[in-house]
Design a protein. Structure first.
Length: 80
């Protein structure tokens, strides 16, 4: 089961870095309903599906915001 959160390492190699690392990206919160609307919108294909929800590789995210714009429940937010 995916627990996520800051500093989490996911089994498929994606990470959710600590804010102090200076990464500007988006993250998918626990509000995700796993509808999949975000994944095809990512131009760099850094959104992956897990057992419970989708996650964004913050190290590869280009900060374009395409995923946030299509999320029907507002589960994607910008990480500062």
């Amino acid at each position: 089961m995916l627990t996520g959160g800051r500093g989490a390492e996911y089994e498929f190699g994606y990470s959710n870095p600590e804010p102090s690392e200076g990464i500007m990206a988006y993250e998918i919160t626990a509000d995700c309903i796993s509808c999949g609307a975000c994944q095809p919108e990512c131009p760099v294909e850094v959104i992956a599906q897990t057992a419970d929800l989708y996650v964004i590789d913050a190290l590869l995210c280009t900060d374009c915001g395409a995923c946030e714009a299509v999320c029907p429940v507002g589960a994607i937010r910008k990480v500062r």
